[in-house]
Design a protein around this ligand. Structure first.
Ligand code: PMP
Length: 504
């Protein structure tokens, strides 16, 4: 390439404060950047450039050196000087060491179980009995379509601005009215709308727990609660949750450890479906009142009963104002609304509001307005009656199929509400083995270990019976049975936990 035309444009100003070599470098750089001097072109040797421009060879050398430092030209020994390739290199740039920058996370193992579950639920060929979800086919879509379009045609500017952190007041009022009918002694000021009850759990954790604080949890308990408490470096004390609640052990914990909270699901416990009888509720509350224990009552499933209505919630029976209640629309309507609630004394709500401001200022107005409209039209009870009938049918056919196809390797108690079968495997079969084998037959579930704060649960599993229509559920149980039979026939007991041999 003849670069003399470019070099001609180099008008040198000897009196300028900019040295001559920089003036030359600047003009050449402009031409390289605008591609007038394209990548790979050979530039004149220094001596030639010096002659072309009428400058000393040192000036030409310095001009090239400056361009080289800028990465615009390269010198190949014995060959000459070339315009460098400025297109971004395909070489990966050094990566940010993200994992070294994260704050310590105590929960990696459990979180990965959850992530795998979500992934497996999404795989088309796998029937997921893992995720605890209502059936999308039963969502009250017709009503929500109508309410959506009504809402969108009437929205005005103030609907789209900020609302108080505690939530959309009409919804708080409607919610309080609904809960008062269920025996709660509250006002709207005791309610707070949260982005799912999971956020409620987080707010409770932020407001009450410091590293090292003790929290009593049922054993087994809800995975999301174990995660959020552990992330705050709380210490978890397990209270066995099968059969009657061991109140003497609870009292022992209260005296010995002075725990900050008891987290409990008295109605259709997740995962084991247990319902705490009314007498036990009263005894628990008496004990809690005596020790001024704060109880966090999580009740996402209370309205999903398939026989008798369950007893009043702890919050409704609360004699000392120490119960904080959590609820959600996720299981009774649909989870994408991301709308739940916390019920607590006003002082506590005020503190939660402060914590919530750090996270999201307030939950979505649109979901809250939509839910308010839905409740105002008195549609929820009809929907609940409908899903209760449908889920009861599903529960019964899954129970029948489990008995028919999975006996004698798997046992369970019939849940009287909620979403789950909590199953125990026979001696000799481990849930992890079954999960692995079930992956091959095309079904998934949550292994029992996910629900324990210690390392229990190796022979238990949770199956959700609400997400799919009956036929698919039955196919899921057949696939589970296939996996069980493979293991039962092959099992040599080699995967059993080995006894610890002393090192001598
Ligand atoms: N608590 C329990 C016991 C649950 O089972 C769930 C959902 N699996 C939640 C809280 C969280 O529900 P959400 O955040 O969707 O309201």
């Amino acid at each position: 390439m003849d670069i003399s035309k470019i070099v001609d444009k180099v008008l040198l100003t000897p009196k300028s404060a900019l040295p001559l070599y920089s003036q030359i470098a600047r003009v050449l750089a402009e031409n390289i950047k605008n591609n007038a001097l394209p990548a790979g072109i050979k530039l004149p040797p220094e001596r030639e450039l010096a002659a072309l421009l009428g400058v000393s060879r040192t000036t030409a050398i310095n001009a090239y050196r400056q361009l080289e430092e800028q990465g615009l030209i390269i010198t190949k020994v014995g060959s000459g000087t070339y315009v460098a390739d400025l297109t971004p290199s395909l070489q990966p740039t050094p990566a940010v060491p993200w994992s070294q920058l994260f704050t310590p996370s105590p929960n990696i193992q459990l979180s990965s179980i959850l992530r795998e579950l979500i992934a497996s639920a999404a795989a088309e060929d796998i029937i997921s009995l893992a995720a605890g979800m209502p059936d999308p086919a039963l969502y009250p879509l017709k009503h929500f379509h109508r309410l959506f379009s009504q809402q969108s045609s009437h929205l005005n500017g103030s609907d789209l601005g900020h609302i108080p952190t505690e939530g959309y007041l009409p919804l708080r009022r409607a919610l309080a009215a609904r809960l008062i009918k269920k025996g709660y002694n509250i006002t709207p000021e005791n309610t707070m709308i949260v982005s799912g009850s999971q956020q409620g759990l987080y707010l409770i954790t932020k407001a009450f727990l410091e590293p090292g604080d003790y929290v009593i949890v049922e054993s087994p308990t809800y995975l999301g609660a174990i995660q959020v408490f552990s992330a705050a470096n709380a210490r978890l004390l397990s209270l066995p949750a099968l059969g009657s609640l061991p109140l003497d052990l609870l009292e022992d914990y209260l005296i010995r450890y002075r725990p900050k909270l008891l987290y409990i699901m008295p109605t259709f416990q997740n995962p084991n479906g247990r319902v705490m009888p009314i007498e036990e509720r009263h005894k628990l509350l008496q004990l809690a009142a005596k020790h001024r224990l704060v109880i966090v009552e999580d009740d996402p499933y209370g309205e999903l009963y398939y026989g008798e209505q369950p007893p009043h919630s702890l919050k409704a029976l609360d004699p000392y104002g120490g119960v904080i209640a959590l609820g959600t629309f996720s299981k009774i309507l649909f989870p994408g609304l991301r709308t739940g609630w916390v019920i607590a004394p006003e002082t506590v709500i005020n503190r939660f509001a402060l914590e919530k401001q750090y996270i999201d200022l307030h939950s979505s107005n649109l979901s809250q307005k939509l839910l308010f409209d839905y409740l105002s039209e008195d549609l929820l009870d009809g929907h609940l009656a409908f899903v209760r009938t449908e889920y009861k049918k599903r529960r019964d056919s899954v129970a029948g199929a489990l008995k028919r196809y999975c006996s004698p390797y798997l046992t369970f108690a019939l849940p009287s509400g909620g979403f789950y079968f909590w199953c125990t495997l026979n001696e000799g079969i481990l849930t992890r083995q079954l999960l692995h084998e079930a992956g091959k037959t095309g079904v998934s579930f949550v292994p029992g270990e996910a629900f324990y704060a210690d390392d229990s649960g190796s022979r238990e599993l949770r199956l959700c019976f609400t997400t799919h229509p009956e036929e698919r559920l039955l196919e899921g149980i057949k696939r589970l049975s296939k996996a069980l039979h493979v293991l039962a026939n092959n099992n040599t007991g080699s995967h059993e936990r080995r006894a610890v041999t002393p090192i001598i």
